[in-house]
Design a protein around this ligand. Sequence first.
Ligand code: HSE
Length: 436
Amino acid sequence: MKPIKVGLLGIGTVGAGTFTVLKRNAEEISRRAGRRIEITMVADLDVARALALTDGECEVVNDASLIINHPEIDIVIELIGGAGIARTLVLQAIANGKHVVTANKALLALHGNEIFKAAQEKGVIVAFEAAVAGGIPIIKVLRESLTANRIEWVAGIINGTTNFILSEMRDKGIDFTTALSGAMQLGYAEADPTVDIEGIDAGHKATLMASIAFGIPVQFGKAHVEGITKLQSVDIGYAEQLGYRIKLLAIAKRTPLGIELRVHPTLIPTRRLIANVEGAMNAVLVQADAVGATMYYGKGAGAEPTASAVIADLIDISRLFTAQPDHRVPHLAFQPDAMTDTPILPMAEITTSYYLRMHVADQLGVLATVTRILADSDISIDAMLQKEPAGGASETDIIILTHLTQEKCVDAAIARIEALATVIGKVTRIRLEELE
Ligand code: HSE
């Protein structure tokens, strides 16, 4: 059969990995795909580097439009990143009848509805396994393998940079800034780490998982996104003493009121498998009604792990090449006319448990007043830790874990607690998920 011709936009780390793996495993891949898959053109602004990486095996250009307008290119791989020029190029490739493979989570989280609609109308595939959790095939799992189930929730550690930083903070007892600079030196964090450490990258990925888990449009703007920059090592230590580990968790949960879609530092019981995912590794835990809990673990970034996902998409498209568009797997798992408008809940309406730390004057009645405020706010206490004041000190920390409660009750209680003359400074609040 005629080989599938692929054009690659952007030959950075993942592009180079894709080129290498496609070449190394060419025979095995064509046995699976039923035909050869060949990258015949590469577009990159750094032509000299692209020429060196491709070593004369394909045409190298510095103008992406030469690929997306080329009549012989069947599939365009978009590895440019960002939601700017990548959006224009992907929409143009779709308009030209090309299938698209992308690792671009920002693009799909922000413009996915527009892109999938255009692809649907044109009868082409936009595949994005590499956009979420790198080498872990979580898109395939949610979209194809668990289709018998009603998915209840998805909880993931889907940002390696922040997981590495949190592991370092816990293992070495260092603060966030020191751990971040170590991560940068070791290449685990970008020169500008903002999208990772502020939780934005995980928010993009969670948005995509929520859409395919529940059949809702892509709505990054309604996700609650909170990173790890304000996390203090003292809280990591107290959490450990109480049997919990703090992770940047991405949560997409179906509730009777709507969908919770949130990314924030979260206490997880240390006995859970996912709490023990350390360093730059990723993991996603899925709770579904028929199968129960399943967990997927692996490398969420890197040249060849991400290439593994990109090439799996290429093979899927090659296999589906001749299938009628309406016989293919829907982009967002559910048929386009069967998507629902179930609302994404505002944070005030979400339900979870909480870790609260307050610094208080060590005086008679302080604890009684705090617990009275919690009771008045419908918040039930699950556990408590009060440290003995350090020698000679007259202030101490109180740590309280709550049972499940609504965020708005906690907001109200914290406001009242912070107004007490005996409470010094702000109350630290970290959400807690038992993941049962
Ligand atoms: N920067 C991401 C991470 C990988 O740290 O996991 C690409 O999404």
